[in-house]
Design a protein around this ligand. Structure first.
Ligand code: AP5
Ligand code: MG
Length: 216
């Protein structure tokens, strides 16, 4: 089965994708992580994406669709799309690509969350630049200082998490361009809503129930 994990910045898309990968061996495709890798590699895509990301703006659809086309065509079933699609244009493109390769989306997990919770979580987030594991100074701290539990790399703060103005821009982009996708997927009968304000253990139990009800 294939799924989309949808929700505003900081709603837990990456955190819950990691859990689903561990639990069910999905392949995790995070467009944010892919773009950050392109930036580190100083590729053409990375150089053009950097200024959008640093300002909290969306990267244009043609760039994002190109990245996904390239990645998804080689994927077998059992993938999670995290951070894509984010616009109606991206949804339409995805539908065409999936039809071409004979795959479908089985469920869209929508992480619904209050704006204040988002700001608090993002300002305290730390990430491993190597393995991408996400931590939180308050709710999910690493075991030792600010080192990744898995590979002991020093954790960093993302450049788009550094001040609340950037976070507000990201939320505005989300509200204008991505929130309409919630109704779209609901109308297709694919949407499952999860209250992402809850603690991690409760969210994970609910995700398990949803996946196992579909998967059998
Ligand atoms: P992307 O990296 O996807 O950023 P985002 O959508 O803003 O989402 P985040 O990664 O910030 O949050 P998350 O939902 O993954 O939350 P997390 O699990 O880390 O994209 C970055 C940028 O790339 C975009 O702004 C855009 O510029 C560009 N881009 C990417 N895709 C694009 C596309 N398709 N089109 C156009 N542009 C695109 O959790 C957040 C924090 O909360 C962590 O600290 C975590 O530990 C903590 N936490 C999680 N769950 C809980 C819990 N239940 N309780 C307490 N703490 C929790
Ligand atoms: Mg993420």
């Amino acid at each position: 089965m294939n799924l989309i994990i949808l929700g505003p910045p900081g709603s837990g898309k990456g955190t819950q994708s990691d859990f689903l990968v561990e639990q069910y061996h999905f392949v995790h495709l995070s467009t944010g992580d892919l773009l950050r890798d392109e930036i580190v590699a100083k590729s053409e895509i990375g150089l053009s994406a950097k200024s959008f990301i640093d300002q909290g703006k969306y990267v244009p659809d043609d760039v994002m669709n190109g990245i996904i086309d390239n990645k998804i065509t080689n994927l077998k079933d059992n993938f999670i799309l995290d951070g894509y699609p984010r616009t109606i244009g991206q949804v339409k493109f995805l539908e065409t690509v999936l039809q071409k390769i004979n795959h479908k989306i089985d469920v869209v997990l929508y992480l619904e969350i209050k704006e204040q919770t988002i700001v608090d979580r993002l300002l305290a987030r730390l990430v491993c630049p190597v393995c991408k594991t996400t931590y939180n100074r308050i709710s999910m701290p690493p075991k030792v200082d600010t080192l990744c539990d898995k590979d002991q790399t020093p954790l960093i703060q993302r450049t788009d998490d550094t001040d609340s103005n950037k976070i507000v821009t990201r939320l505005n982009e989300y509200n204008v361009s991505t929130q309409p996708l919630v109704d779209y997927f609901r109308s297709k009968g694919l949407l499952k809503v999860i209250d992402a304000n809850q603690d991690n253990t409760t969210i994970r139990q609910q995700l398990k129930q949803i996946i196992e009800a579909i998967h059998g």
